[in-house]
Design a protein around this ligand. Structure first.
Ligand SMILES: [Zn+2]
Length: 418
């Protein structure tokens, strides 16, 4: 497909966003012109690589995942937005690695096995989150850090219970059980969850829960602030916040908050505790993958630039804070995207998609902040959380999960508060 700015996407274009064969649900989607508009994008004025903050050990950790974002998706977004010699924000990060993404069988991963590698440090079968191929459950790096007093949170434009954001703290054999995942995320006592998928938290008929539980009412009475608009998010206090801005996946269009606005709010909330605690944030550009499944080049560019704008928020936070490690990575590539042709000007590149599914090639990792120098070379996806743990002096990771009783959990909460 040719990237010609004068070519408008037909209003009748229907795209299959995610194929059942790839382990995603099938969604028919109308592609409006706004879904390919990249005029919002503000590239960096300075193209230099960031100089890395000096420090042995980071305090805060931010993991940014571009779902389906292979290296050619990044190059395509660069070409479309700023031309061949331009730079995206993520391309200013000083350390890089190549990361292999296959699942435990050596096959092409889905986002569930992918996030299990990236967050729990173990290989598993597709469809499983936080659970190995024998059925045992493991702690995510976020849960392990929570034991050390970290605040934890996730931001995504999919449903919050979709495979990647669920990887903050879910343990399940089937990623499609989103109503169960919602309960697990609530039980994880995550401090901040911002994204789509309100319906999985509410009983029928407002939602889809068949157990009659209203998880948002439960969360509110347990101390979370519940928000559902951009304005409410901007003024949410720095306690615990659950924000659902769509019943299903977000539209990534106004009046919703953007991924960058949600990321900025999550950083403000997570870093704003008194006394200040360290935090772990998982941020996902969820819909790059969906656009690549449908081989929709222009929409993939827009989603990658929305993600890059959110990465900018994390980099500016980390540059000011000097104690925050930011990692940008993909769980896998989607679409087998090839680039040919091109030129110095933006918006000109020829593309070819070789598939409508995920592919098995390595993806790029970019790193900035104290400890970023440990994320170089050729890595396996399971190395990412293992290296985070090592960097923070945690020797028992990957760690099998032991179910904690509610009473023990409450006691450890009280101990942390005191
Ligand atoms: Zn996918």
């Amino acid at each position: 497909m040719t990237m010609n700015p004068r070519t408008r996407f037909s209003a009748l274009t229907l795209s299959v966003l995610c194929l059942a064969a790839a382990g995603c649900s099938t969604v028919w989607h109308y592609v409006a012109p706004a879904e390919t508009d990249i005029s919002f994008y503000q590239p960096p004025t300075d193209k230099e690589t960031f100089s890395n903050p000096v420090g042995e050990r980071p305090k805060n950790i931010i993991v940014c995942i571009g779902d389906g974002m292979g290296i050619n998706q990044i190059a395509l977004a660069r070409q479309a937005a700023v031309g061949a010699d331009g730079r995206l924000w993520m391309e200013r990060m000083p350390y890089t690695a190549l990361v292999y993404t296959h699942n435990i069988r050596g096959e092409v991963t889905d986002s569930a096995a992918g996030i299990t590698a990236l967050m729990y440090g173990i290989k598993t079968r597709n469809d499983r989150i936080g659970q190995d191929s024998k059925g045992a459950t493991w702690m995510s790096i976020a849960e392990r850090l929570q034991q050390n007093g970290y605040r934890i949170g996730a931001v995504a434009t999919s449903t919050m219970t979709h495979a990647t954001p669920a990887g903050l703290a879910a343990h399940i054999h089937d990623r499609d059980l989103e109503a169960q995942i919602a309960v697990q995320l609530l039980e994880s006592r995550a401090d901040v969850l911002l994204g789509g998928g309100r319906k999985y938290w509410l009983p029928q008929p407002q939602g889809v829960r068949t157990d009659g539980r209203n998880l948002l009412a439960e969360a509110e009475s347990a101390g979370w602030r519940i928000v559902s608009t951009r304005e409410q998010l901007a003024t949410a206090p720095s306690g615990r916040v659950l924000g659902f801005f769509a019943s299903d996946a977000m539209t990534t269009l106004p009046p919703e908050p953007t991924l960058a606005e949600m990321t900025r709010a999550a950083l403000r909330i997570l870093s704003g505790s008194s006394p200040q605690k360290p935090f772990f944030l998982l941020m996902e550009g969820s819909q790059i993958d969906w656009c690549c499944h449908s081989n929709n080049t222009k929409a993939a560019v827009r989603q990658t630039l929305l993600f890059d704008t959110a990465v900018r928020e994390t980099l500016e936070f980390a540059a000011a804070d000097k104690q925050t490690l930011v990692l940008v990575i993909a769980d896998h590539e989607t679409g087998g995207l090839t680039l040919y042709g091109g030129g110095l000007k933006p918006n000109w590149m020829k593309t070819e998609w070789s598939s409508k599914n995920h592919s098995n090639g390595p993806v790029i990792l970019l790193a900035f902040g104290p400890g970023a120098e440990h994320f170089t070379g050729v890595l396996d996806n399971t190395d990412i959380p293992r290296r985070i743990a090592r960097l923070l002096g945690i020797s028992d990771f990957p760690k099998p999960r032991q179910k904690q009783s509610a009473a023990a959990h409450a006691a450890s909460e009280t101990a942390q508060l005191n």
